[in-house]
Design a protein around this ligand. Structure first.
Ligand code: FE2
Ligand code: FE2
Length: 170
C-alpha cells in the first residue's frame, strides 16, 4: 500500500499502464450498473490509448462523456444512500474529470499532441484499478448493505467467455 501512496503523492504513473489494461471479470464489484460503467471505462480508455491523429478528438470526447455519466451516476447513488465517505470519493472523480477536460480543451485548440493524449490514457489506466479497489468497491458494498443487509454476491462469468467488444469510436 505504501508503494501506491508514494507514487500518488509524486503524481507519477506507469506510462505503459494502458497496454495491459483489459476488462476482466476479476474487476467485477457486484453492482451490475457500476460494473457495466467500469467495463465501458476500460473500452473508452483503451480506444484513447490506440487513437491516431484522425480519431484522437473523438476518443477524448468519448472519455469525457463517459466520465460525466459514470461519475454522475455514482454521485446520485451516494446521495440517495447517504454514503458517509462521499467527499473523498467525489474529490477523486473531480481531479480526474478536470484533467480529462483540460486535455480535451487543449486538444480541440490544437495545443496537445498524440503523445500527450496517449499519456492521458496511461494515467487513466493506472488510476482506475486503485480507485475501483479502494473507493468503488466500498460504495458497491455500502449500496448492497443498504438494499439487502449483506455484502454483494458476485457472479463471475466462466473465464474465456469475456466480452470481446470491438471499439466503435473511430
Ligand atoms: Fe466507478
Ligand atoms: Fe468512483
Amino acid at each position: 500500500m505504501s508503494h501506491h501512496h508514494a507514487r500518488a503523492h509524486q503524481g507519477e504513473f506507469d506510462e505503459n499502464a494502458a497496454e495491459q489494461f483489459e476488462w476482466s471479470d476479476a474487476m467485477l464489484l457486484g453492482h451490475g450498473q457500476m460494473d457495466d460503467a467500469h467495463e465501458e471505462f476500460v473500452h473508452v480508455v483503451k480506444a484513447l490509448a490506440a487513437c491516431d491523429a484522425a480519431t484522437a478528438l473523438g476518443c477524448l470526447q468519448a472519455v469525457e462523456d463517459h466520465l460525466l455519466a459514470h461519475f454522475g451516476t455514482e454521485r446520485e447513488w451516494m446521495e440517495r444512500t447517504e454514503y458517509p465517505a462521499m467527499d473523498c470519493h467525489l474529490d477523486e472523480h473531480q481531479k480526474v474529470l478536470d484533467t480529462v477536460q483540460q486535455v480535451n480543451r487543449l486538444a480541440q485548440a490544437g495545443q496537445v499532441g498524440l503523445r500527450d493524449v496517449r499519456r492521458l490514457a496511461a494515467a487513466l489506466a493506472d488510476w482506475f484499478p486503485k480507485h475501483a479497489t479502494y473507493l468503488d468497491s466500498a460504495l458497491s458494498a455500502w449500496i448492497s448493505k443498504r438494499r439487502h443487509g449483506g455484502a454483494p454476491v458476485i457472479l463471475r462469468r466462466a473465464l474465456g467467455e469475456g466480452v470481446q467488444q470491438k471499439s466503435t469510436l473511430a
